[in-house]
Structure formats: C-alpha cells, structure tokens
Design a protein around this ligand. Structure first.
Ligand code: GLC
Length: 489
C-alpha cells in the first residue's frame, strides 16, 4: 500500500501542474497514432511522400491484353476496363483462357515505364501487383494463377528493379477483392463487385477464412521478397464489408509494418467515417483519418474543392476514363488539364497519382507518353513550385493557384493578365519576384492598398501555367476580398 502512495501523490501533482489542454492534446495524439508511433516519428516517415507531390499509377494485368473487347465487340467506350471480367460476367477459366494469350510483356517494358515516370517528374510509382481478377504479377508460391506459373517471369521484380534504377520510390497496389479464389465469399457483401454475383457458389460452400489465409500469405511474399517497398495501396472495401471482418485488416497491416516499418499505407482496407469515408462512390470521402486505419485518404477521379488541412491525401486519376487499357476509350484529358490538376492539387496540399494503363505487351499508349512528356517539360522548368511545397494561403485567386515553400510563394498564372499586372492580395513586405522560366530577370514589384502588384511581360512564356516566385517577409498576410481586413493563414 505504502508503495503506491508516493507515485499516486506524484501523479496527482503532475495532473494539477500540467496545463490540462497539453495533457489532453498529448493523450489525444497518442490515441491517434497507431502502434506507439509519436507524431514526430509519423512526420518523419511521411516526409518523402509529402515532398514528392507527384506519382505514376499503373494498372496492368490480364485485362490489359483484352483491351476492352469481348467476343470481338467493345464492352464499353467509357469506364474501367480492368473490370472487364465482371462486366461480361465471365468465370475465371473462361476469362483466363482468353486473356492469357494476349498478355505478352516485352523484355524491356518495365524500364520504359520507369523512364517515363522519371521524365514526367514523378517521384514514385504505384502499380497493380494484383487487381480484382486475382492474377498476381509476382512469382508466388501460394498460387498458380500468377506470372511465375503462367509466364515464368516475376513481373513485380522486373518493375521494382526498373523503378529503383531510376531512383523512384515504389508502391504496391494490391486488391483484397479477388474474383478468382474459390473460397472468396462474394455473397458476404452486396456492395463489392464479383462476376458471379447473384449466382450460387459453383463449389457449393465457401470458407472466407481460407481466402484470408491465402491473402495474408500472398501479401507476406510481397513485403518479404522485394526489399523496402515504400507504399501499400490497398483496394478496396465497402460499408457492408470491411476491416477486420472482411480482410483481418489489423493483422494485415501489422504483418506489413513488421516487415516494412517505414511503409506508407492508404485507407482502403476500411470504409468507415473514422477511416475517411462517408459513403460509397468516388466522392464518398471525408477529411478525417485516424492513423490506425491508414496514412492517407484517396479521393478517386476527384480533386477536393478545398484542401484537407491536417490530413494527408492523394487524388488518383485516369488520363482517359479507364484504369486498365482499352482500345475504345478516346476521352483523353488535355495536357493543360493534367498540368493544371497537378498544380491545383499541390495548391491544396495533396499528391497527384496519375494513371497509365499499358497494353498487354506492356507498352504505354502514345497519348499517355505524350502527356507525361508534356508534364515533364513543365516540371523541368517549374518543379520547385511543386516538390516540397505546402498549400496556398489564399482561399482562391481569380488568375490561378499558389503553392508555398517557406518565404517563397509560387504564383501559378493560368489566366495571363491583359493589363500586364498581376495583383496578389497580400499585405506583406516583399523581396524580389522572378519567372521560373526566366530566373535571371527580376520583375518590378510595388505595393498598393489592394495588395502586391507584379509587372509581367506582355506574353505568357507558358500558356498552360507560368510560375512567378515571390519572396515575402514573415507569414503571409492575406487581404480578404475588397474589405481592408487582413488574416493570417
Ligand atoms: C476502384 C476500382 C479500380 C481501380 C481503383 C483505383 O476502386 O475498383 O478498378 O483500381 O479504384 O483507385
């Protein structure tokens, strides 16, 4: 009894002396950080990803050779053709019989991907180690529905090696949904897709636990055999089937972290509000995430209207409307849209994961090559206005967007001013301003009651987005609308 009196008195003293808010803050953040990680440790782990801002997503697998065609007919001209097996309701034997002969990777495909990512200015690649169809791209001991068994190649190793040779970080997209596995209990979810949905299990009964043993063993191979993988990009869960029940998610994440302590994982093993989701559908996300459910939120095909302060997020997006290659989808986004999306996302504090869908031989559609090169050319001049930047201090700017790195504001001008003057609604003292396209010329800057005025050349050096780097003293003091009030952001 005596022994605990002193510690208890001491504890009571601490509780009185410590400002209550600090104690509450500390308790709250410890609760938020999973696996005993402190906020500072988490920041250190996330640092490269936050700095990177731009990654290349790759959807590639058996569906790529089918290219959106079944029975000689286009399945659709829009939408995800990596779902073709589900769209035509084929069982795995039928699907594989048709798709396998069309999936013929060239020897050099991975080096082409990695070179293109590098040229575009991407800092990381995330690619499909297995999509919903269940075909694994590595050489797996747990399955014979894999590249090792069918092609006598380990395509995951080829891609990882090629990415590392270009000094890119590497992420695995891994589908926890699996349409090929004979124990995957698709009847457990009304919301998750399956080609045989509505039909009884062909093998009578199924034991989902057996599928989970398989899934965990397969992931264990992926996190054990390819060195320090940087990202695990899970896909995906439903409100009616998620987390521990659906995937033994806690154990799955622990298994990954045990092998890869620095790994960064997305939130798609869950579909709950605490994990950043409010509903199904591509706009079903919300700006909150308890770190025990993942490190970042994944808005799909969508850029949040405002940023998500305090939450890490990454918009993933296609260049046309499909993730996996289709011969029939010609709705390509323009270079202008893609470059401005990247800027828009960076100005809101997020990352852009831009998808390519290579063909069955691994070659990249020329439209995607061309656009990635255009982004790369822009990044070569303006990359410092994207990498390592933080969100804009302005709620909106009628001429474009802003990113920030310490005392430098990067002003991305989309609409070149016709009167030759760029008005920046700031009250700060400013240093110099220069165009990243012509860094040795300084621009004339003056102060006015409406803000800082920068004289620009008559013509925009880059019609898509010309960047002005402006030095400011102190924290940005934004002039809000036409009233003379200032606010600190
Ligand atoms: C969706 C789709 C899928 C695609 C992914 C990318 O969840 O099912 O085909 O891989 O989103 O975010």
């Amino acid at each position: 009894m005596k022994h605990i009196v002193l510690p208890l008195t001491f504890l009571a003293l601490i509780l009185i002396v410590l400002p209550q808010t600090r104690a509450a803050d500390a308790a709250a953040s410890m609760a938020r950080i999973g696996a005993g990680e402190s906020p500072a440790q988490r920041d250190a782990r996330m640092a490269w990803w936050r700095e990177a801002r731009f990654g290349m997503f790759v959807h590639w697998g058996l569906y790529s050779g089918l290219a959106g065609t079944w029975d000689g007919q286009p399945v659709a001209t829009k939408g995800g053709m990596e779902w073709i097996q589900q769209r035509v309701k084929a069982d795995t034997d039928t699907y594989a019989q048709r798709a396998l002969p069309l999936f013929k990777p060239t020897p050099d495909f991975a080096r082409e991907w990695a070179r293109l990512a590098k040229t575009a200015g991407c800092r990381y690649i995330v690619f499909t180690t297995k999509h919903h169809d269940g075909f694994a791209l590595h050489d797996s001991q747990t399955s014979d529905y894999d590249a090792g068994s069918k092609l006598h190649r380990d395509l995951v190793r080829e891609i990882v090696d090629a990415a590392r040779a270009e000094d890119l970080r590497v992420g695995f997209y891994h589908s926890v949904i699996d349409w090929h596995h004979d124990q995957y209990c698709y009847e457990k979810s009304k919301q998750l897709p399956h080609p045989l949905k509505g039909r009884p299990y062909p093998n009578g009964t199924r034991d989902h636990n057996q599928y989970l043993e398989y899934l965990h063993a397969e992931v264990n191979e992926l996190v054990s055999n390819y060195g320090p993988i940087d990202i695990l990009w899970w896909d995906y869960s439903a409100q009616d089937f998620q987390g521990d029940e659906a995937w033994r998610a806690t154990a799955l994440m622990q298994l990954v972290r045990a092998k890869l302590p620095a790994v960064i994982m997305n939130n798609r093993l869950y579909r709950s509000p605490e994990a950043g989701w409010k509903s199904m559908g591509t706009e079903g996300y919300i700006p909150q995430l308890d770190p025990k459910y993942g490190d970042f939120i994944t808005p799909e095909q969508h850029i949040p209207a405002t940023g998500m302060p305090g939450v890490d997020w990454e918009t993933c997006m296609t260049m046309n409307t499909t993730w996996g290659y289709s011969d029939h989808d010609h709705a390509w986004k323009s270079d202008e849209t893609l470059i401005r999306n990247l800027i828009d996302i960076a100005s809101k504090g997020g990352n852009y994961l831009l998808n390519i869908g290579p063909k069955g031989d691994g070659s990249i559609p020329p439209e995607s090559v061309k656009s990635m090169q255009a982004i790369g050319a822009w990044m070569k001049v303006n990359g410092q206005a994207i990498y390592g930047t933080t969100a804009s201090p302005f709620a909106s700017l009628d001429w474009g967007r802003c990113t920030r790195k310490g005392a430098t504001l990067y002003l991305h001008v989309f609409n070149w001013p016709t009167d030759g003057t760029l008005l920046v609604p700031l009250r700060n003292q400013v240093g110099g301003a220069r165009l990243l396209a012509h860094p040795s010329d300084s621009l004339t800057v003056s102060a006015s009651s409406e803000g800082v005025r920068i004289r620009l050349p008559a013509r925009a050096p880059d019609a898509i987005a010309t960047v002005v780097a402006l030095q400011i003293a102190g924290e940005p003091q934004v002039i809000v609308a036409s009233s003379a009030t200032t606010s600190q952001h």
